[in-house]
Design a protein around this ligand. Structure first.
Ligand SMILES: C[S@@+](CC[C@H](N)C(=O)[O-])C[C@H]1O[C@@H](n2cnc3c(N)ncnc32)[C@H](O)[C@@H]1O
Length: 239
């Protein structure tokens, strides 16, 4: 019975991507990238590795945690300027804030980044190194795709530091990277329409524009810059 319970909990924890930051210098580095005196949203505070130092330099920290036990623990332990919101960060309403921080739970990386992009908050996020490569990818590379386009439509992306698995407990199987996202003027007004367009476009990522009937160009979809994709969207959708 005890083993059975342990197995079920293990699966649950994996689904929650619970790898806790245990290297104080990594936590200090991430928090140093957040300007002082702001209202900050933190997704997945866990055991508070970022939350506590963040609270010390911020006006308020809204800590959104899905795990009920961790949320309750944090409510009891955190200073009064930490507002714990128990729930799924993909579903709960995000409070008004100036900045976003998260060691992103791996299982929700893409939808969370898309939700963040629609809010255009300045952010520092830790993601799998492969995701960081996708965010920073240049046209023509294998990592370049819809996620690159969606995030870069709203942000300038800087991959600042790679973190080895051992900075987390339990260590994940992959390396992570700290990424700074600085809002830029959005590349389009109709982001939802743009998302539908890029979904269609990248479902044929190796096809040429001529083959897709979009232009006489023999360039392939994955070789197009963000600006070229925006231009195609404008002409094809009459925007
Ligand atoms: C990678 S851990 C990071 C924990 C802590 N920030 C740290 O660095 O030690 C991810 C955290 O996000 C929480 N979490 C997972 N999915 C979530 C979701 N959809 N919404 C909010 N929190 C979530 C997990 O319970 C866990 O505490």
């Amino acid at each position: 019975m005890a083993i059975y319970r342990w197995v079920i909990e293990g699966v649950g924890r994996r689904r929650l991507s619970q790898h806790f930051l245990v290297d104080p210098s990594a936590a200090e580095y991430i928090v140093s990238l957040v300007p002082p005196g702001l209202d900050v949203i933190e997704v997945g505070p866990g055991r508070g590795a970022l939350t506590f130092p963040l609270a010390a330099k911020s006006r308020r920290v809204y800590a959104i945690e899905l795990d009920r036990e961790l949320a309750e623990w944090l409510r009891q332990m955190a200073p009064p300027n930490v507002v714990v919101i128990q729930g799924d960060a993909l579903e709960v309403e995000w409070p008004h804030a100036d900045f976003f921080v998260s060691n992103i739970p791996y299982a929700v990386t893409s939808p969370l980044l898309l939700r963040l992009a629609s809010r255009r908050l300045p952010a520092v996020v830790t993601v799998q190194r492969e995701v960081a490569h996708r965010l920073a990818a240049a046209p023509g590379s294998g990592d370049y795709g819809r996620l690159t386009i969606a995030v870069r439509c709203h942000y300038d992306v800087e991959v600042l530091r790679v973190l080895p698995p051992q900075v987390f407990a339990p260590p994940p199987k992959v390396y992570s990277a700290v990424v700074r996202l600085t809002p830029r003027a959005p590349c389009v007004e109709d982001f939802e329409g743009f998302q539908r367009f890029t979904a269609w476009l990248f479902s044929a990522r190796r096809k040429t524009l001529r083959r897709l009937g979009l232009s006489p160009s023999t360039k392939r979809v994955y070789q197009l810059s963000l600006e070229e994709i925006v231009e195609l969207f404008r002409t094809s959708a009459g925007h």
